[in-house]
Ligand binder design. Structure first.
Ligand code: 5AD
Length: 345
């Protein structure tokens, strides 16, 4: 087992059987987590980067079977932030020490190329020392280019699963695995610090699917990787499926750190949702980013991707003092920094 972890940490790919053992074998996972933490400290010390997450719209034209804001969910509450509301979130976030703003939303046709371009330009003009991350889904390459020219630094687009048959079980036929992967290629080629990612324990996911995720990460070399447990949402076709486990999610975080030593890996909100110490455990298994919610308190409950999503306490941007003390207690520290990938410096 130790040999396998060494081999992975030295940059080798593993055989299917070796991957299978690391993913589902009976061994001391704590040793894996400790090794991932060691690698993270070699590249990022004890720094934890914070990102102010602004959920700009809960309208979505997509119909992902797992997601609470899918188009078909007539019970979903829909809202959209105005430009002024977004700028107010940034102002509050800057005061609190955030130097990255993440604009995330459903795929909302209201967000035209020009609308997003203007918002990105305005934020970059007001806060030249901050990074802007977009997470607005699949768009034509030209949109990505225009937004990059307007100053967007990073883009998050989880691949969700690197196995095409599995992708097709999680999405309706209108949503194409090939196009999603093309979007990721385009983003990286344009020059964005690009984020991929996947859910752990999503319906129909096999160990081989998770191996495909690891191989995809190794090949694509994203700068950022978001990994969280699948959590059912009561108004989706996957309401009755079990949630992903803490241990399996931490295992994937740790294996990702060993595969991509320089990656920016968030301890995700979903991880914090399935266990009260989930995010701290994520940090101790190789994660180095947290993304507190900067959205206006009035809309927070409406960006409901899955049940029981946390949005108060240390998860909320106003809870930054609490977050800092939790991060410190876990052995790290929150820093005021853009928190770029060390590969970009
Ligand atoms: N459980 C966990 N994560 C989810 N996401 C969407 N729905 C769920 C769910 N039910 C994740 C997807 C998406 C990100 C914004 O949220 O991976 O890319």
């Amino acid at each position: 087992m130790t040999d396998l972890i060494d081999s992975l940490a030295s940059g080798n790919d593993l055989s299917d059987d070796e991957w299978r053992f690391l993913l589902e074998g009976d061994y001391d996972r704590q040793r894996l987590f400790d090794r991932a933490d060691k690698v993270r400290r070699q590249h990022y010390g004890t720094d934890v980067y914070i990102r102010g997450l602004i959920e700009i719209s809960s309208f979505c034209k997509n119909d992902c079977l797992y997601c609470g804001i899918r188009r078909s969910n007539a019970n979903a509450e829909r809202y959209r932030l105005s430009k002024e509301e977004i700028y107010a979130c940034c102002a509050q976030g800057y005061e609190l020490g955030f130097r990255t703003f993440v604009l995330q939303g459903g795929e909302d046709a209201y967000h035209t190329t020009e609308w997003v371009e203007e918002v990105v330009s305005a934020i970059k003009e007001k806060y030249p020392d901050c990074a802007v991350t977009l997470s607005l889904g699949e768009r034509p390459q030209e949109d990505y280019e225009i937004w990059y020219k307007a100053g967007a630094d990073r883009y998050l687009l989880r691949h969700e699963t690197a196995s095409r048959p599995h992708y097709e079980k999680l999405h309706p036929p209108q949503q194409s695995y090939k196009y999603r992967m093309l979007c990721l290629q385009n983003l990286k080629q344009i020059g964005y610090q690009t984020g991929a990612g996947f859910m752990v324990g999503s319906p129909f996911q096999s160990t081989d699917d998770l191996i495909a995720d690891m191989r995809f990460l190794r090949e694509f070399q994203p700068h950022m990787v978001g990994i969280g447990p699948f959590i059912p949402h009561h108004d989706t076709p996957f309401a009755a499926y079990p949630q992903g486990t803490l241990e399996q999610t931490l295992t994937m975080v740790a294996l990702t750190r060993l595969t991509l030593p320089h990656a920016l890996i968030p301890a995700t909100t979903a991880l914090g949702t399935i266990h009260p110490q989930g995010r701290e455990m994520g940090l101790q298994a190789g994660a180095n980013v947290v993304m507190p919610n900067l959205s206006p308190v009035s809309v927070r409950g409406q960006y409901s991707l899955y049940d029981n999503k946390i949005c108060a306490g240390e998860e909320a941007a106003e809870g930054i003092a609490l977050l800092k003390s939790c991060v410190t207690a876990a052995g790290y520290q929150v820093v005021v920094s853009r928190g770029d990938s060390v590969r970009m410096r």
